[in-house]
Design a protein around this ligand. Structure first.
Ligand code: DGJ
Length: 540
């Protein structure tokens, strides 16, 4: 090879590698507009059709029992724990082999990952902290109850514990930054349901000192508290809620510092999840997990943990009104809605549509794998394909148009309903149209007395895709457009101008047939079959 030729080849190689680097997909990130949110993946809105595995399923040898369930569900994102006890078996020495396998296997199986940092807190306890930490309770103290007895939950005032958690989390995030250039990992959850069960707050000497000190000004402002003195202590400022708010402050500050350190290493979206309190009738403080991001202390978490992009509800209450209220409480202009866990019993599946209506960036039933573990009564009695079916139909319907739907959601064009037990009709006001949804009707004939489905399995979705043009879909329901008040007052009647059924293929709508005659005379009837319509409506 001549000198010029080899120089030329070297140059070509350099240019190629620079282009490859420039072509690295951009970091996943959250964006907000007019109170709505999107998770950008490869630069465009992405809807996480999630599945979370059981707690002990993120081990290489167990993955063969995970993938068939993920496939059956049609999920595009898998949520898997990273166990601190596994990651740092000896203090300061990290074993990334398991994480690496989770990432590479996820790539092979064509799904993204959300990693869950099972660190200082897992459901309020210290079960996932490494043995070397558990063995040294003097250096890494637990919380003390009012009685002075230790509680099985980490003291948020332990600086040693905080520093150790930060180091491990930073190691994890730094490793992902180095090894996951293609961003298989979309988000990371910091801790799991942090807080404490069975004790309202820490009563250790450090905690007592802070509790008797003035409440930080940012907390007062966040809680809109105006005590008589700006130096009010927690008790003076918050009375009977003082213990709980204090613990939320302490835990949020700890988690916020872990999150900030991790984000500085690798700026992926981060979030913390909450074991909820009853959103309608919460009861007294202490009757829910204290300290975590429950709805009443979201403002405290926001100011103390700004490195967290969002606070997310784990929904294990199947009552419609409660689920709806939780979505309202966690969807805020400063908090994109993401549901990282939901019960996997059939009753929860239609709530995917309710979550879409609330602009969610992702949704995930919990306990999705075939390890034969079932968290009944929180979820289904048995986890198998049959249990997954009510969720799988949602994802199967939506997966091919996931990008479009995420963009439409970000643009505020998606409307959806889930059937509420005992309420066989629902209505959506969409621009000049009123869209009725009725449940339990036969497909043929008038529908003024819908009985509702025997179980509330109905769900419907209407997205605005053009002038008087809508994407319409659903299961177990009849959807019918009606003229809105102005057109009705002018004596106008609705007519379906064109109802196309089709499928989405690589994001493009492919025409299959026109619906007309019986298929439109009585409204648009949806069964358990995934069907997508493009509907143009007009008046006469
Ligand atoms: C909520 C937790 O976040 C999960 O890890 C799991 O323990 C479920 N509860 C119960 O199965």
């Amino acid at each position: 090879m001549t000198k010029t030729r080899s120089l030329f080849l070297l140059l070509a190689l350099l240019v190629a590698s620079a282009t490859a680097r420039a072509a690295d997909p951009p970091l996943p990130r959250l964006v907000q507009k007019d109170g709505r949110a999107a998770l950008l993946v490869d630069g465009a809105p992405f809807l996480m059709l999630g599945a979370q595995v059981n707690n002990s399923s993120a081990w290489p040898g167990v993955l063969p029992q995970v993938w068939p369930a993920v496939k059956a569900l049609h999920a595009n994102t898998l949520e898997m724990p990273v166990y601190w006890e596994q990651l740092e078996p000896k203090q300061g020495s990290f074993d990334f082999s398991v994480v690496d396998t989770l990432v590479s296997e996820s790539r092979k199986n064509g799904v993204h990952l959300v990693l869950l940092w099972f660190g200082t807190w897992k459901n309020g306890g210290v079960a996932y902290t490494p043995l070397w930490m558990k063995a040294d309770p003097v250096k890494y103290p637990l919380m003390l109850a009012a009685s002075g007895r230790p509680v099985g939950s980490a003291s948020p005032f332990s600086v040693e514990r905080l520093e150790a958690d930060k180091r491990a989390f930073v190691a994890l995030m730094g490793h992902l930054k180095k090894t996951d250039r293609q961003h298989t990992v979309l988000m990371v959850q910091v801790e799991n349901e942090s807080g404490t069960w069975g004790a309202i707050r820490d009563f250790s000497p450090a905690a007592q000192k802070a509790f008797g000190s003035p409440v930080p000004a940012d907390v007062l402002a966040a809680m809109k508290a105006t005590p008589s003195s700006p130096n009010a202590t927690w008790k003076e400022a918050f009375g009977k809620n003082a213990d709980e708010l204090f613990h939320a402050w302490a835990v949020a500050r700890f988690v916020g510092q872990v999150a900030a350190a991790g984000k500085a290493a690798y700026a992926l979206p981060l979030y913390a999840n909450a074991a909820l309190r009853d959103p309608i009738a919460p009861g007294p403080p202490g009757s829910w997990e204290s300290g975590g991001p429950t709805d009443d202390v979201l403002p405290i978490w926001k100011v103390e943990a700004p490195a967290l992009d969002l606070l997310a509800p784990d929904i294990y209450m199947d009552d419609y009104a409660k689920v709806e209220r939780v979505m309202e409480l966690y969807r805020r202009p400063d908090n994109p809605l993401f549901i990282p866990e939901m019960g996997n019993a059939a009753v929860y599946a239609p709530y995917f549509f309710l979550a879409l209506d609330h602009g969610t960036i992702g949704f995930s039933p919990f306990g999705v794998d075939y390890t034969r573990y079932a968290n009944f009564p929180l979820g289904a009695k048995k986890m198998n394909e049959e249990a997954l079916a009510p969720f799988a139909m949602n994802y199967e319907l939506v997966a091919p148009m996931m990008r479009q739907l995420a963009q439409l959601t970000f643009d505020g064009k998606v409307h959806a309903v889930a059937e509420k037990r005992g309420t066989p009709v629902a209505a959506m006001e969409i621009g000049a149209w009123k869209v009725d949804v009725r449940y339990g009707l036969p497909q043929f004939g008038f529908g003024d007395k819908p009985p509702g489905n025997a179980e509330p399995i109905g769900r419907a979705l209407v997205a605005e895709i053009g002038d008087n043009e809508f994407l319409v879909s659903g299961f177990h329901c009849r959807v019918d457009f009606q003229t809105g008040p102005a057109a009705s007052a002018a004596g106008k009647q609705r007519q379906y101008l064109r109802v196309e059924e089709g499928t989405y293929d690589k994001g493009k709508f492919k025409f299959l047939r026109l619906w007309n005659g019986d298929q439109t005379d009585w409204g648009l009837n949806f069964t358990s079959m995934p069907q997508i319509l493009h509907v143009t409506v007009g008046t006469y």
